[in-house]
Design a protein around this ligand. Structure first.
Ligand code: PSU
Ligand code: MN
Length: 309
């Protein structure tokens, strides 16, 4: 095993699992601090971890606490993070800053991928990745999440890019960067709250085993970078695309009127969607994260069998 990076702090259960070659699934923390209101954020974080443990896999929620990159948080740390104020939202650009200055920050998809790779964790579950925002032709707002994939070797399970984004442009950027986008048991790109969009997903796989073998093969071929798994939210919890379309329009126009920019855009839109749907968007968000955690655990188990994790 490689020596552990001195800036990482592994929880005891995560360290034990990694040392024994048992499967581990990484989880991000921006969803806790900037993606969901208290106390649902904490309940969700705990439920997601329980879902992964139930499959015999170790969850590792990642966050920077007072300058240390923690891989695996205990319940007290999760509780503190769920109510903390002034938590930085850390992407690739800010991770080293938070460590150098002793700050506390939650990790986005991009920063969680970096930390997971440093810790030797190959599979990561989130809700929806960031992408190209609508109006990016003038705002230039493209999430750093997209540029993490060609650089960092982690399989990321999501429910598609968040539907507040420009999905076509998001797919183009992923394609340009050579990122495999795999629909899980679907030919259609899921759109976070909805199971379907009008975009065909480039690749399709129907089992965790197939995804694990694909990951192992990429390694054997020396192809660097992460893979994006797009896993549709279970039908009973989805908000169909035609229903949510006008609500997204409203949230986007409110963001514009309020002059929201930069890192605040995605958190603002998610919380505005929560208000406009009277909480329904949050219920769907929680269920899709749980669903992604289950699939990520299965992929981690299968990957462990290939001896390539
Ligand atoms: N998935 C969710 N809720 C979230 C996120 C993902 O269900 O809040 C977070 C992730 O951390 C992702 C971030 O990296 O949203 C995207 O932020 P931005 O668009 O600013 O890159
Ligand atoms: Mn942005």
């Amino acid at each position: 095993m490689q020596a552990l990076n001195p800036h990482l702090s592994l929880s005891e259960p995560v360290a034990a699992a990694l040392a024994a070659g048992r499967p581990v699934v990484a989880l991000e923390s921006t969803i806790i601090t900037h993606g969901m209101p208290h106390p649902r954020n904490l309940e969700t974080a705990l439920a997601v971890e329980a879902e992964i443990r139930a499959q015999g896999v170790e969850p590792a929620t990642i966050a920077v606490l007072e300058g240390k990159i923690h891989v695996g948080l205990d319940q007290t740390q999760l509780e503190a993070l769920a109510v903390a104020k002034d938590v930085m939202k850390l992407s690739r650009a800010d991770l080293a800053y938070a460590v150098a200055s002793g700050r506390t920050g939650s990790t986005t998809v991009a920063a969680t991928m970096i930390a997971a790779q440093l810790a030797g964790i190959s599979v990561f579950a989130t809700g929806g990745i960031g992408g190209v925002h609508q109006g990016a032709e003038t705002s230039f707002d493209i999430s750093a999440d997209l540029y993490e994939f060609p650089q960092t070797d982690v399989v990321v399970v999501c429910a598609g890019p968040k539907a507040i984004l420009d999905l076509n442009k998001t797919m183009e950027v992923l394609e340009t960067n050579g990122v495999p986008v795999i629909g899980y048991s679907t030919d259609c790109l899921p759109a976070f709250w909805s199971r379907e969009s009008d975009i065909t997903v480039p690749l399709r796989m129907d089992s965790a085993d197939e995804i694990a073998r694909h990951t192992a093969l990429r390694r054997q071929l020396g192809i660097q970078g992460g893979t994006l798994i797009a896993n549709p939210v279970p039908q009973e919890y989805e908000i169909p695309a035609p229903v949510i379309a006008s609500i997204i329009e409203q949230a986007l126009s409110d963001a514009d009127q309020q002059g929201v920019t930069g890192k605040d855009v995605t958190p603002y839109l998610l919380s505005r969607m929560f208000e406009l749907t009277e909480g329904k968007s949050l219920e769907t968000n929680i269920q899709l994260v749980l669903n992604n955690a289950r699939l990520a655990a299965q992929i981690a188990l299968e990957l462990a069998k290939t001896g390539q994790d």
